[in-house]
Write a protein that binds this ligand. Structure first.
Ligand code: PLP
Length: 388
């Protein structure tokens, strides 16, 4: 990802900053679009992974829809120019205000996560004299085999409607005059790298679809969510295998004539296209530990502190300068007053010095969007590959 020209130019930019490789993003989006096209699959981009305006513009232009989890995201998607009729809105806790805002924008579909939400949505739509399209988010109890903090499709998770509540759910749908039921929705977790998980999901989707059809409900939409993972250990293997991913759904989902299959991808589309660029403030060599103290911390990239996430870390200033065998083990930490503010423990790096530029790779998803002002830190800027 990093040519020498980048590294010398990074030296003149105030750190830390997010660096976006917009060419790689474009290639990733195109690869995904091309892989989905033969099957006519519908892609919605999950805005929560990254709502940087430059990123959103590129994704909108490729023609994807938007997957939102707040009215703020719905409004942002519309502002950026995503087609209202390609916006879906999920979330276990949509407030009345959020539902009203989304109703006003005539979005494609509310992915409803509880029976009570159905009643509230029906009532609010009635007040506006509108009919809201809904898909029922079902919790399929499929193990995503990913980190427990980013698993969403098990019985113990808060998301979706459980199978034993579906009869009550269809009764509510029948009684709701201002709702139009269009399909079923699933999202079982994030950073899923074992594609067999998706086969299991397909089997469950088929079972639920058959259940609804038995009851006389027609399903226009099968929305299977997102969650496709990226390779954090090999960020230079940059583009996820969208071909194999879509092939599984084509093979294992029972798709009726006229039925649409929808996806909600976040991380896989944007994850590899950004790095957090940061500078070494201090080196602390101790008896037990050697520390590299960076000028970026959990306030800029929270994933390691939040869910022990791995990110590959590279010293761009020293790479290739010394023989590869001369390595030092460092704990690579940020400046924030929390012990979890650590990007990696015992990470092998070339001997590092104050002023060296480091890249924390694969930071395009759930990076910039999770930045916080904790410790009253300045917001950081984003730099795009076409600028430098
Ligand atoms: C977060 C989320 C996604 C996207 O997840 P990724 O792992 O980034 O692909 C899709 N659908 C819903 C409902 C989500 O909450």
């Amino acid at each position: 990802m990093f040519a020498d020209k980048d590294i010398s130019k990074f030296n003149n930019i105030e750190t830390p900053f997010y660096y976006y490789d917009t060419d790689l993003l474009q290639k990733t989006l195109q690869t995904c679009a091309d892989a989905a096209a033969p099957y006519q699959f519908h892609i919605h981009y999950a805005l929560k992974a990254n709502f940087n305006p430059v990123v959103l513009k590129q994704i909108k232009e490729i023609g994807f829809g938007a997957d939102c989890v707040s009215a703020g995201e719905v409004k942002r998607a519309v502002e950026v120019g995503f087609d209202n009729k390609k916006i879906v809105f999920a979330g276990v806790g949509k407030s009345d205000k959020e539902i009203n805002e989304a109703l006003d924008l005539d979005i494609f579909c509310f992915n409803v996560e509880s029976i009570q939400e159905l009643a509230v949505l029906n009532e609010l739509a009635a007040k506006k004299g509108k009919t809201a399209q809904v898909a029922i988010r079902i919790n399929p109890n499929v193990d995503a085999h990913t980190h427990h903090n980013i698993t969403t499709g098990l019985d113990e998770n808060k998301f979706g409607i459980n199978s034993w509540d579906l009869t009550e759910c269809t009764d509510a749908l029948k009684a709701s005059e201002n709702l139009k039921f269009i399909g079923i929705h699933f999202h079982i977790g994030s950073q899923i790298t074992n594609l067999d998980v998706y086969k299991n999901l397909c089997v469950r989707v088929n079972e639920f679809a058959a259940w609804f059809e038995d009851k006389g409900f027609k399903l226009q939409v099968l929305n299977v969510g997102g969650g496709l993972g990226i390779d954090y250990h090999n960020p230079d293997h940059q583009i996820p295998d969208f071909g194999s991913y879509f092939k599984i759904f084509n093979e294992f989902l029972t798709i009726k004539p006229g039925q649409e299959v929808h996806f909600e991808l976040g991380r896989a589309l944007v994850g590899q296209s950004a790095s957090l660029i940061t500078r070494v403030l201090y080196i602390k060599n101790g008896k037990k530990k050697n520390f590299v103290v960076l000028d970026a911390g959990m306030t800029e990239l929270m994933r390691p502190a939040l869910y022990q996430a791995y990110h590959k870390i590279e010293n761009l200033s020293q790479s290739g300068v010394r023989p590869e065998s001369e390595v030092v083990k460092y704990d690579i930490v940020g400046p924030i007053c929390e012990s979890t503010d650590c990007f990696g423990k015992e990470v092998e790096q070339p001997e590092s010095f104050r002023g060296d530029i480091f890249a924390i790779r694969s930071a395009g998803a759930y990076g910039e969007v999770m930045a916080s002002k904790y410790n009253l830190r300045d917001a950081i800027r984003s730099v795009y590959s076409y600028e430098i």
